[in-house]
Design a protein around this ligand. Structure first.
Ligand SMILES: Nc1ncnc2c1ncn2[C@@H]1O[C@H](COP(=O)(O)OP(=O)(O)OP(=O)(O)O)[C@@H](O)[C@H]1O
Ligand SMILES: [Mg+2]
Length: 256
């Protein structure tokens, strides 16, 4: 595999009973690339992110993150499931930001951001604190580090959630509709933080309906429908002259 491919998914298939949620989905993401995944509700976008992050187990296909097979190890021609410790190690390399912010309610913003590096990565507290403060400053929350989630707006909470993912220094961050639970006036502050993160070179896969963000920030856009990767290509091409009529219809529907 070429060195700068961070995520490679090949024919990822996921079934829920008789229902095919993902049907041979393939995708490659290069280091530093921002890929926006768009598509109608139920098309499998979240399921795909969850397979990359091992929150779901795929039925067939394979995913590599940073050249490492996700969830399995190969012995000769056989694949064996990796043990829990290896899975945990792999999952630490992938950040995830959800629609709902999922912060620990009993911890301050700073404590939420420090939790993973201190408890999971066992990094020295003083070092992590400095990094967490810097990251919270970067997302515009220097004055809120001692606030609890209940004392923060939705947009601020989501920025803490992004800071928390960043503080783990992951290989990539997955975003699942990070702005869709926010009041409209709070959307742009979160998108601005994500734009800044993209500019810093973070590899990002972003499930979103924010086509303006996709147009301005994404390198590639992928359109999914009914569990299939219908179209993927440079953002400007997919958003302005999509090859598939289904992509065109979807984009038109989101705009209207
Ligand atoms: N745990 C589950 N059990 C059964 N079916 C599921 C499960 N999780 C997801 N599905 C189904 O798989 C399909 C894909 O779901 P998924 O959540 O990935 O869609 P999505 O594209 O993220 O949709 P949305 O835009 O609404 O978030 C849906 O039809 C959903 O009902
Ligand atoms: Mg979803």
């Amino acid at each position: 595999m070429t060195k700068d491919i961070i995520v490679k998914a090949v024919d990822v298939t996921k079934l829920y009973g008789p229902f095919t949620a993902l049907d041979k989905v393939s995708l490659e993401i290069a280091k530093g690339e921002v890929c926006c995944i768009i598509g109608p509700s139920g098309s499998g976008k979240s399921t795909f992110l969850r397979c990359i992050n091992q929150l779901e187990k795929m039925n067939s296909g394979a995913i590599w993150v940073n050249d490492e097979l996700v969830g399995y190890r190969r012995e000769g021609n056989n694949l064996h499931e990796i043990n829990d410790a290896d899975m945990a190690r792999q999952r630490r390399r992938v950040g995830m930001v959800f629609q709902r912010f999922n912060l620990f309610p009993h911890m301050t913003a700073l404590e939420n951001v420090m939790e993973g590096p201190v408890q999971v990565l066992k990094e020295p507290v003083a070092e992590v604190r400095k990094r967490a403060e810097d990251i919270l400053a970067r997302v515009g929350l220097s004055d809120k580090i001692s606030h609890y989630p209940s004392q923060l707006s939705g947009g601020q909470q989501q920025r803490v959630a992004i800071a928390r993912a960043m503080c783990m220094r992951p290989d990539l961050i997955l975003f699942d509709e990070p702005t869709s639970a926010l009041d409209p006036e709070l959307v742009s502050e979160v998108l601005d933080v994500m734009k800044d993160l993209a500019a810093s070179g973070m590899t990002m896969i972003v499930v979103t309906h924010e086509l303006g963000f996709a147009r301005n920030v994404a390198n590639t856009v992928a359109f999914m429908e009914a569990g299939k990767m219908v179209e993927i290509g440079p953002a400007s091409e997919v958003l302005t002259s999509p090859k598939s009529p289904r992509t065109a219809e979807f984009i038109k529907a989101v705009h209207s």
